[in-house]
Structures are given as C-alpha cells and as structure tokens.
Write a protein of this length. Sequence first.
Length: 294
Amino acid sequence: MKDYCLRATAGNGMIRAFVAQSTRLADKAARIHQTSAVATAALGRVLTAASIMGLTLGNEENSITLSIRGDGDLGGVLAVSDGLGHVRGYVHNPLVDVADRADGKLNVGAAVGRGQLTAVMDLGLKEAYTGTVELVTGEIAEDLAHYYMTSEQTPSVISLGVLVDCDLSVKQAGGIFLQLMPGYDDEIVDKLEARIADFPPISRLLNEEKTPEDILEMLLEPFGYEVTERHEIKFLCNCDRERVERVLISLGRDEISQILEEQGEAELNCHFCNEKYHFAKSDLEMILNEEGLR
C-alpha cells in the first residue's frame, strides 16, 4: 500500500485535521542515508511533518523547508516538501548513537538537543515567509506545535511516530495534525483535549493495522467530521544532472579551473538522495567554455 494523508474538517469547520501514514517514505529515506535507529526516527518524523505541511500550501508549485538545528550529536535535520506532499530530506549525522530513554524509547530529543526550528514557505511571492522558534524538547512534534502557536497563532496538537524494526528498517511511521481554526470556542477545546489526553501513539495504532481512516474516526467521531482530500505522499528528490551542473557553474571560474587542474574531474553528491553525478575533464572544459568562464 502506498503512503497517503487524509485531510478532514470537524466541529463545524473549527477543527482542521491531517492523518498520514508515511512508513514507506521514512523507510526509503533510512535506506538511502543508512541511518541509525535514532536518526531514522528523527528523520522520519521531520519528513512526515514536512509532507503534511506541504499539503497546506494550496499549490503544488509551492514548497516548504523544515529545518531542525540543535546542539545534540545529530547536528540537524532538513526536509523539503512541495505542495503535493512529495518530500526529501537528510540528517547531518546519520550514524548518531545515543542511549534510549528510561522508558525504552528512542531518545530523539537527546540526539537533537537544544536549538531552533525554522520553517521557510515559498509561496511564489517575491520573498519567502520564514518563521523560527526555539526548540522545546527536540522531539519534533512538540516543537512544531510550539511553532504553530508562536509563529502562526494556530493552536495545534501534533503527533509524529516512527517505529524502527530490529534490522533498522521502518516498521511503521505516521503523523497527526489537529489544528483549531479562527472562531473556535472553549467548549470544543475542552472536548478535544479530553479526546486526545490518553490517545495512543500513531506508530502503535498503525502497527495494530489501524488505517488513517480508522484513526480519524477514533479522534473526531464525536465532533462530526468530513474527509475532504486524500493525497499520496512519497519520498521524491527532484535532483538531476542539469540542476547539479548549475551548482557547479555557481562555483565560478577560479574554483572550476582549480578542480580541473588538481583533480581533472568532479563528482557531486546530492544531499537528499545520495545520487552521484560525475563530470569528466571534457565536461568541465565544456562548462568553462560555454559559460564564458575561461
């Protein structure tokens, strides 16, 4: 089954909800980057969140970049999603290893540490919108809820989960976003808080073979809800040789000439998907000539 995200409204439009199953995209990222268990959990959470956030942008050409930078051994996590929920990303230190929490769960917060969360939304305008907040826990979900409340004044409940198997593959991954829309009343807040107080982690529910549809029903049945959209989401990198060549050109004449003189060739690696692009001596010479860099 492909990964997908459901979008719904509830409570006469006062609640906006997203429930995503993201197991395959998280597992693909883990296999590409050969991540440790805790790095897989951190990366999977951020990729899932970015994918869901991408679906809120309203246009497939728009994009969001979600960056977590902390002082922990992980270093940071970066994910980029388009408006279709197609996401790519990486962690700075994929082999990070920290002790599990006292409850036996992966200690993403310790791996991330203290630092900042930054969201950059490119909506096709002259300038992108950038919002930055301090990390609250480093566990990602709580930090995103803090971001929405601080930067967008949107009260949110966010749950992100990645269940890593013994062979370091991703057994289950998913995310829940519940957000209160303008005009909400205190009664619906109280009902929603009571509903989510003891709600199980999404990774556990998915591992019990609950679907996003099942989870939406469990969450929102008392409020009356309607599923408005269903989107396939996936790990998808948009790199190609032409894009990488433009990066090479941006280095400028002196640096390309130095590479040509000292190495005779160049190999560039995409951070997002680890695809390698080789430029032979003749390729570098052609770039210098065609771009007028000689």
